[in-house]
Design a protein around this ligand. Structure first.
Ligand code: DAH
Length: 350
């Protein structure tokens, strides 16, 4: 029995010395000193042994247990130091690093996202983005754009007047003349920005957003206008779209057209798959998206610098409402949703 105790003891001593971790050490403690282990069992049985061996065996077993306990404690301390060192090395925090950047909490408002999308399309076609004043002179807002002095848009009820000759711009078109006064032809610009009219209902707010476009060069024709707007319509509303130009009137373009895109809900048929009339285009297969036309020679005549000579150059212009494009594209039923700042609405986009 003494031999067995010695054997257990030397086996355990070797294992403890080689224990690779505190977890492995704890497993050895259970294996050699735990409640069901051989050595403690032996110790518990000492009382039943014949008196002549009892003392010897008891002593050997006790010494073995004490020796193992102190070895375990010792090895445990060693391992803990090593493991702590490893953890410290691995967890070391570099206090010179910048704090973790805050997670982005927001997203672009649907109108901002739509404006950027429109800008991207036209930048890809060679247009440049410029901006102009929101508080504008009557001259640039109306007169330079060939608006007759009696034009209804000039009425007090249709326009916010700041002074007799200063208005909150009613459209982004005044930048046409301002931009031409700033550089000789050729020019290809788009002008996103806020515009103002005293309307308020489900499709009108007193402040809204437009994107103006202007391209002037020698040899610009209505075909260039149509190609440009077709590319735009397909980028925004899908590659299968077609556009159509309808005759219209604007004071600053001649001829003027309104531009429709083939309905992207019923795919230009006016009818839904279940046979019902398409509610988006009201069964007409077309949706109006913007106003446009060839720049009226009278507008070129108002450009004070750089000879924009209507005998030599032509241009096309267009203007669209950003809200309208976003509403059409995303099925937004009420314009006022853009400005209510209800997160349940805003979080659906971007
Ligand atoms: N300025 C017009 C409006 O606000 C839109 C427009 C129509 C702009 C035709 C243009 C154009 O440049 O050619 O209703």
């Amino acid at each position: 029995m003494i031999d067995r105790i010695d054997q257990l003891r030397s086996e355990a001593v070797a294992a403890i010395a080689a224990a690779p971790s505190t977890a492995a050490l704890e497993a050895l403690r259970v294996r050699y000193l735990g409640r069901k282990a051989e050595l403690p069992n032996l110790l518990r049985g000492v009382a039943e042994l014949p008196p002549e061996v009892r003392g010897q065996v008891g002593k050997a077993a006790n010494q073995a247990r004490q020796a193992l306990e102190s070895l375990i404690t010792q090895r445990g301390a060693e391992l803990e130091v090593g493991e702590l060192q490893e953890r410290l090395a691995a967890d070391r925090v570099d206090v010179t690093l910048p704090g973790s950047p805050p997670r982005p909490v927001g997203r672009h408002h649907l109108l901002t996202a739509t404006r950027r999308e429109i800008e991207d399309v036209f930048c890809g076609l060679g247009f440049r983005v410029v901006e102009g004043p929101e508080v504008e002179t009557v001259y640039y807002n109306f007169d330079a754009l060939n608006h007759d002095p009696a034009h209804p848009a000039r009425a007090r009820s249709d326009t916010f007047y700041v002074a007799d000759d200063v208005v909150l711009r009613t459209h982004t078109s005044p930048m046409q003349v301002r931009a031409m006064e700033a550089q000789p032809p050729p020019i290809a610009i788009i002008v996103p920005g806020r515009t103002y009219r005293p309307d308020s209902d489900a499709t009108h707010t007193p402040q809204f957003h437009q994107v103006e476009g202007l391209a002037v060069d020698e040899d610009i024709t209505l075909a260039d206008l149509k190609g440009t707007l077709l590319a735009f319509a397909r980028s925004i509303f899908g590659e299968e779209r077609e556009i159509r130009l309808r005759p219209h009137y604007f004071p600053f373009t001649e001829p003027s057209v309104e531009v429709d895109v083939s309905c992207f809900q019923c795919n230009g048929t006016g009818v839904l798959p279940d046979g019902a009339r398409c509610n988006l285009c009201k069964g007409t297969a077309w949706i109006e998206i913007l106003g446009s036309g060839m720049v009226d020679p009278n507008v070129f005549a108002h450009v004070r610098d750089y000879g924009y000579d209507p005998e030599r150059i032509q241009g096309f212009a267009f203007g669209m409402g950003i809200e309208r494009i976003a509403m059409l594209k995303h099925g937004v039923p009420d314009l006022r949703l853009f400005y209510d700042n209800d997160l349940r609405f805003l979080e659906q986009f971007g």
